[in-house]
Design a protein around this ligand. Structure first.
Ligand code: FES
Length: 350
């Protein structure tokens, strides 16, 4: 017998779907035409977080890191209802996708190596009869890119902003043995055509009045944070904002030019680079950046401790490798920050 699953968005919108025995909430929603955020589908990436408010369920195996410090949360790709279920989704109805993401083609414009392990990939969308040629997405979202010749999809966040030109920019970590990384490192050429699925994802700016916005991350977690900061710069958002980036050594810093351009437009943006291994020096990549020894968790913890007005507790956007995101979420919880103010996304190893 199927179970009724009531999906309730953060702004109170409701959808009802039915889960057959052994179906997860994500699978049941998809069958009803609702595409919930879900990347890995097997409990490792944390994209599909939600909260069960009533009802019972079985959990498929999942990795603890995927849930991070989120109390009472579940991974909806692993949640199999065993009774009728009420599920709270952590995003507004405007982000509820009720059709499959678009499939697009895009040509490689350039592959620029920013560090020995980080590449900036720029693509140009091919014009589409229905979708036109603009790159339409929300700052913070990602695209899945098909690995040529392999048919598998890998997800990467855009680091640029929506535009009429159809340009998509990604920051990609070249990983030994990574399927798309290896293609990019050894075979990819300008004008190669790639298949994309998206945009997807609910990570993005939340309307928060004039409360400050902080962005914290590491590695290619910079990509969606940079996209959001560029969007703020484009709109001239007046909120106090802060970017904290964790790097291994000062030489591992990348994206300084892009962050510098944001600073030109958002001069009040405070940028701190936290250098884990400072032996080689603490030279900031831009003289307007602060550069300190330690981790992004240390910097975030110290900054939160200085807030004495509850109105000034920021929305905190976190993105990076799963272990780093979990540590940052735990730091916000330890500082007493309302979990609703913490928006996080984990970068999968691709
Ligand atoms: S989609 Fe559920 S944990 Fe990745």
């Amino acid at each position: 017998m199927s179970c009724q699953v009531r999906l309730v968005t953060a702004d109170g919108d409701q959808r009802v779907v039915h889960a057959e025995p052994g179906q997860s909430v994500v699978e049941a929603a998809k069958q009803a035409g609702i595409i919930l955020p879900s990347l890995c589908g097997k409990g490792t990436c944390g994209t599909c977080v939600g909260r069960v408010e009533a009802g019972s369920y079985d959990m498929r195996p999942f990795e603890d890191d995927a849930l991070g410090g989120k109390q009472d949360a579940v991974l909806l790709c692993c949640t199999e209802p065993t009774s009728d279920l009420d599920v709270a989704l952590p995003f507004d109805s405007t982000k509820l996708v009720e059709q499959a993401p678009n499939r697009r083609e895009a040509g490689i414009v350039s592959i620029e190596r920013l560090t020995p392990h980080i590449v900036k990939l720029t693509l140009q969308l091919e014009p589409d009869d229905e979708l036109g040629s603009a790159a339409e997405f929300e700052a913070g979202q990602y695209m899945q890119i098909e690995v040529p010749g392999r048919g598998e999809l890998r997800a990467y966040s855009m680091s640029n902003v929506p535009n009429w030109d159809g340009t998509l920019e990604f920051l990609i970590h070249i990983r030994v043995g990574g399927l798309f990384s290896t293609y990019l490192d050894t075979q990819a050429r300008e004008d190669d055509i790639l298949n994309l699925v998206g945009p997807q994802g609910t990570f993005g700016l939340v309307e928060n009045g004039m409360r400050p916005r902080w962005f914290v991350g590491g590695g290619c977690g910079l990509a969606p944070l940079l996209s959001m900061l560029r969007r703020m710069a484009e709109w001239g958002d007046p909120q106090e904002s802060r970017l904290i980036l964790g790097v291994n050594t000062a030489a591992d810093m990348f994206g300084a030019a892009e962050i510098g351009e944001v600073l030109d437009q958002l001069p009040e943006l405070q940028v701190t680079t936290a250098v884990w291994r400072p032996e080689a020096g603490l030279q900031p990549a831009d003289e307007r950046f602060e550069c300190v020894a330690g981790s992004s968790v240390d910097v975030l913890t110290a900054a939160l401790a200085q807030i004495d007005d509850p109105e000034l507790v920021p929305d905190i956007y976190v993105c990076g490798p799963p272990g780093m995101v979990t540590a940052l979420e735990e730091a916000t919880a330890a500082a007493g920050v309302d979990p609703e103010l913490v928006h996080s996304e984990r970068i999968a190893a691709n």
